[in-house]
Structure formats: C-alpha cells, structure tokens
Design a protein around this ligand. Structure first.
Ligand code: CA
Length: 228
C-alpha cells in the first residue's frame, strides 16, 4: 500500500485530507510540525509522497522540503499553498517540491496529483532487473555494488548512480544536463562541473588508463557515452 505523509498543523484540514486519502486506499501518516514530519520520514523510509503545508509552528514548509530533499531525491513532494501565496509555488518548486495544490482543494484534485507522482516514483524505483552487465562490469542494483572482473570497486552513491545510468544506456550519448537531472534529481540546481568532477573520479576507479578511457567516452561539447 502506498504511504503518504500529511504535514499540516491545522487539525481540521489535516483530518479532512487524511480521511480522503484513506478512502482512496492510501496508508496515511500524520505530522503537525516540521520536526515531527522529518522524524516520521526518518522512521518510514518507504513513504512515497509527502504533502507539506507551508505555514507551520516551528519552521516553514519550504525548509521541511529542503531538508527532505537533501536526504531523499526519490520521494514525491506536494506543497499545500494558500491562494494568496502565488510566490509560494515558485519557491516550493525551487526547493525541490514536485507539485503544489492550492487551498481550498478538492479531494479529487489532491488524489489525482498524488497518483500522478506515485506513478512516476514507482517507475524510478523499480529497475527492470537487479543486475546489469557490460563488458567486465557487473552492477548489482539491489546491493548497490559494482564489480569489475569479479573484483569489487568501491563507489560513492553518486558514482554508483552514474554507473547505473551508463549501463542502462549503452552506446547512447548522454548530455551533462541529462546526467545531472537523472543522478542528482531534476530539482537539483548545480553547476554542470559537478558531473565532470564525478566522471573524472569514476574513471580513476573503473578505467585501466583513466587518461585514455575505454569505457566512459567523452562527447566533446555535449557529455558522455558508455562505450566507444
Ligand atoms: Ca498551517
């Protein structure tokens, strides 16, 4: 069953949302403060979507969003904004939210948004198989390990995600923007150099001769490709 976290300090609104989500078949967790929400998520890493109110007693919903995103790129986040807070929508999306709904919202509208995000999260979370093979490399998606000729190569989480992206897309030119979006998340705003730096480090770990790479090919002015 899909788990949804509802962060809303106003009991009447929270109750209304919770009842409707339960009716729609979701398992619902509740929080009244930002701190509570972060704790609930720490205890329940399987939450698919978080609904975040903005005006809260301890911190604003954007701060909650930012803190969730710093640890979890795959969870869906929907901000609950007031009609008067047009600016909130932009701020929310900038801090890593996926979507927003404006109060007062209908349960149907809210559930449609949650369902849409769940479908996307579901796609990202379920790789077609647990193991990817390419040349001497074997990547285990479940254990997040990489072996080259049967020998384990230690990777950071980011390096692992880049390897996974490459091995899922053999012989395909991937732009640096695409790598950034896929690995760091579409809401991650950073310099594209972060991609180059990580590729350089990855090459030192996986290539026989990092200065003359055999597996990760540079496509000048564009990005990288797995394979020659
Ligand atoms: Ca509130």
């Amino acid at each position: 069953m899909r788990k949804v976290l509802v962060l809303e300090d106003e009991a009447s609104i929270r109750g209304f949302v919770v009842i409707n989500l339960k009716r729609a078949g979701y398992q619902v967790l509740e929080a009244e403060t930002g701190e509570q929400a972060l704790q609930v998520l720490a205890d329940n890493p399987d939450v698919s979507v978080a609904l975040l109110d903005i005006m809260l007693p301890d911190m604003d919903g954007f701060e909650v969003c930012r803190r969730i995103r710093s640890k979890n790129s795959s969870i869906g986040i929907i901000m609950l904004t007031a009609r008067s807070q047009e600016v909130d929508k932009v701020t929310g999306l900038m801090t890593g939210a996926d979507d927003y709904v404006t109060k007062p919202f209908s349960p149907t509208e809210l559930i449609a948004r949650i369902d849409a995000i769940c479908r996307r999260v579901g796609i990202e979370e379920s790789p077609p198989s647990n193991e990817l093979h390419s040349g001497p490399f074997q990547l285990n998606v479940k254990n997040r390990t990489l072996e080259k000729d049967g020998k384990r190569i230690r990777l950071t989480q980011v390096e692992f995600s880049i390897m996974k992206l490459f091995m899922e897309n053999p012989d395909r030119a991937l732009s640096r923007e695409e790598i950034l979006n896929q690995v760091w998340g579409k809401d991650y705003f950073s310099d594209l150099k972060i991609v180059d730096v990580n590729i350089r480090r990855l090459r030192m770990k996986i290539e026989d001769d990092p200065t003359n790479p055999e597996f990760i090919t540079t496509i000048w002015g564009y990005g990288y490709k797995w394979g020659r």
